[in-house]
Design a binder for this molecule. Structure first.
Ligand SMILES: [Zn+2]
Ligand SMILES: [Zn+2]
Length: 358
């Protein structure tokens, strides 16, 4: 099975063809998030440069699915992660990708026109795919050891969503995406990603939280470590400016943020923004995270404390949408000796492993 990956769109794609690989220059990763940056990346498979209606170009890489997965697992998690975590990740990334191939093409707006000549993009919007330069032998080993295996619910391949850290409880589908019940994405209490849980174990000679992060996260994901429980404080002026810039709407001075609806974990999916000029109710979780930060808030699971409209403090938990597998929690489960089957059962309720139709 082959997958087509849209790696980047730019006014002009610069690349260098090598014997069995190609190098793309100035690829932007972590778009809009706090680790947003540019790097040169090297890929296997074939490269097609497509011209878009607005004169820009898109680099599309066609590659064997299993080779794609070797890069995805290396890009999402560090090579030093526990092997059972890497295997669990190979299975969920494969299941997700097979669904993406079967579904309608990835849609990308370029100058008001839809460009859709690939299945997935290469950034956090889909799955991180950063080519060969972060490729690790252990990630390759995990992909090979689970070759072709997917996660099933009934006779359906699961849409295995995942994220960095649940913050203590995982979320359900409808908080993040469509208003449907996805039976295997249930809310579960996850003690594993909590630094207190990990530190308590480290007193008995187990790994510490910092050690866990340093072994399972790639270098740029280690630049922030306070994501299980976090606090962000804005002055009213700062918050008003951020929301005006990110939303394109002039609310005037923001006077209140009122959570109206929360999902099973506590993540807000309907938030009332009250300004002196305008009031709006927004959702779901990602929009809330994008509008309340210069980049993107760690999560929409937060309480708001405001001091007479002069400052706003958001006290929150977790990093990511929270639906499906918690990467830090899964890494800790693996470190505590759980198998990849047990990890998958914990985060995806009622599922089973199966060999994929080739
Ligand atoms: Zn995407
Ligand atoms: Zn967790």
């Amino acid at each position: 099975m082959e997958i087509k990956v849209g790696i980047l769109t730019a006014p002009h794609i610069e690349y260098e063809q090598r014997e069995n690989t190609f190098v793309l220059k100035n690829v932007r990763i972590g778009i809009g998030f706090h680790w947003d940056r540019y790097e040169d990346q090297e890929f296997q498979g074939t490269l097609e440069i497509k011209s878009n209606p607005d004169g820009t170009e898109t680099a599309i890489n066609t590659i064997d699915l299993e080779d794609y997965l070797c890069s995805v697992i290396s890009s999402e998690m560090s090579a030093n992660s526990p092997m059972e975590l890497l295997k669990a990740h190979a299975i969920i990334s494969r299941s997700w990708a097979i669904r993406a191939i079967a579904n309608k093409p990835h849609e990308q707006m370029v100058n008001g026109q839809m460009v859709n000549d690939f299945h997935v993009c290469a950034d956090d919007h889909c799955q991180r795919y950063e080519g060969l330069r972060r490729m690790s032998e252990r990630a390759v080993e995990a992909v090979r050891a689970t070759a072709g295996q997917v996660l099933m619910y009934g006779d359906e391949i699961c849409d295995c969503r995942y994220y960095k850290c649940c913050g203590g409880k995982t979320e359900v589908w409808r908080t993040c995406w469509e208003d449907i019940d996805v039976p295997y994405i249930r809310s579960v209490e996850c003690p594993y990603c909590n630094p207190k849980h990990i530190k308590a174990l480290s007193a008995h000679g187990e790994r510490s939280f910092d050690f866990l992060l340093s072994t399972c996260l790639n270098n740029y994901d280690q630049e922030t470590t306070d994501f299980h429980d976090w606090t962000v404080t804005y002055t009213a002026d700062e918050l008003s400016e951020i929301i005006r810039t990110k939303s394109g709407i002039d609310f005037g001075q923001i006077t209140d943020l009122i959570p109206l609806q929360r999902g099973a974990s506590g993540r807000i999916y309907l938030l009332k923004i009250v300004g002196t000029k305008r009031t709006e109710i927004i959702g779901k979780e990602l929009k809330i995270r994008l509008w309340l930060s210069k980049t993107c808030l760690y999560s929409s699971w937060f309480d708001v404390c405001q001091s007479e409209g002069r400052s706003f403090t958001l006290t929150g938990h977790g990093w990511g949408h929270g639906a499906g597998l918690c990467q830090i929690g899964a890494a800790q489960m693996a470190a505590e000796g759980h198998t990849y089957e047990e990890i998958l059962q914990f985060y995806y309720h009622g599922t089973r492993l199966s060999a994929a139709a080739q």
